[in-house]
Ligand binder design. Sequence first.
Ligand SMILES: Cc1cc2nc3c(=O)[nH]c(=O)nc-3n(C[C@H](O)[C@H](O)[C@H](O)COP(=O)(O)OP(=O)(O)OC[C@H]3O[C@@H](n4cnc5c(N)ncnc54)[C@H](O)[C@@H]3O)c2cc1C
Length: 416
Amino acid sequence: MDFDVIVIGGGPAGCFAAKHIAAHGFRVLILEEHDLVGEPVQCAGLLSRRAIELSGVSSKILINELKGARVYSPLGACLELAGGRTWAAAVDRSMFDRELAEQAQAEGAFLLTGTRVRELEQTPGGYLVSCGCKKQKDISFSTRLVVGADGAKSRAARWLNLQPGAYKAVICAADSELNRTCTGLADIFLGREFSPGWFGWIIPLDHKRCRIGAGYAFIREACSPRYCLNELINRFPDHFRGIRIVRYTGGTVPMGLMPKIYSDHAMLVGDAACQTKPISGGGIYLGLRGAQMCAAVAVQALDEDDLSQARLARYQELWHREFGGEIRSGISHRLNYSNLDDHEIDTILRFLNKPFWQKTILEQGDIDFPSWLSRSLSGAGPWKTKFLKGMLGVLNWGSALKSSMNLNCADLEQEV
Ligand SMILES: Cc1cc2nc3c(=O)[nH]c(=O)nc-3n(C[C@H](O)[C@H](O)[C@H](O)COP(=O)(O)OP(=O)(O)OC[C@H]3O[C@@H](n4cnc5c(N)ncnc54)[C@H](O)[C@@H]3O)c2cc1C
């Protein structure tokens, strides 16, 4: 069976790329190893309005709207960022994925679930894709173009000899029952002891249900992610009193700019291509944008019957142009944040807990483009010097330019 394009992985990035390629009349097949698209869920399901609009999914996926967050330091400071604007929505991630798969099928793409890709073999005109199937005999398909959308631990990237991202966050998360009075704000917890290099969170779904998580990043394995989550719960007993874990989830978020996300007759997209935000670990918006760029280049290359890497390199150019700076900035903030000790994090949060900063963050902050906030504040008159000393990163869920910018906490303490 011949296809123009085979997409490995029926997650959001794979389905979105498939949809946009199939819409141009090409024969597209999505291969998904699980029986049901969207399961199991390994995501906190927090999306910006921009991501939801881009995806074109229905409002049925929306569970709760968040108007801000409270950011807690390990030593008790709290930076409250609450405004009238909706920053993000908690969604039903499983339904989100399924709707994207339906969109792709509506454009003519074929979806085969319960089918795991086991091997790629290069042929003169593309690839032979060999799969193991749960319900039938093992099967092979030939294709002109392979799109590797198989997530954080992409085997497609390995088969294609494409070097993975340099960094990762390893996270333990859980769906939980927890009584809360405030459902409009997320809680973010910073601290080296329970989330070195990363952060912990509570995302409320309603007055009784929430998603929680914690993990580590940018360090060699120091502790297990489950330890991080347990430690978070122990250190903030007031926030987690009476919690009942319904289901553990979690996973890995790959981060960084990969040297190459294409090769002859092949492209990577989504987590497989490290299309994630180093500040928050969110990957859906970037994965959808990556999928659009991948599809745009693929459609032209298929039309011209030129699927050489020289032709597909355009995809990476587009990716770097839109997100290269954002990802580089996020990585640099995260690396420097991982050098802060708990006392420094506390001092910075106390400093920022003032109307001027709160207003600025609420007006300029954007969860898809955290660097916009840094950029606009870096030129903000009297605050410039302090910005350059590294406070701004903390607004982006705790990053700071400490080592590269010589953060001097004594200065900040005076201000506090
Ligand atoms: C704990 C956690 C919380 C997160 N929270 C958020 C959040 O709140 N907001 C956000 O934007 N992002 C979040 N992310 C990131 C987000 O989940 C990913 O960026 C997103 O799922 C990437 O989509 P994808 O389509 O690239 O990959 P995936 O969603 O991982 O899909 C890949 C698909 O490929 C399939 N597959 C893998 N190998 C094969 C194979 N050999 N053959 C066939 N099929 C295969 C898998 O079964 C899977 O369905 C979170 C991640 C983690 C780990």
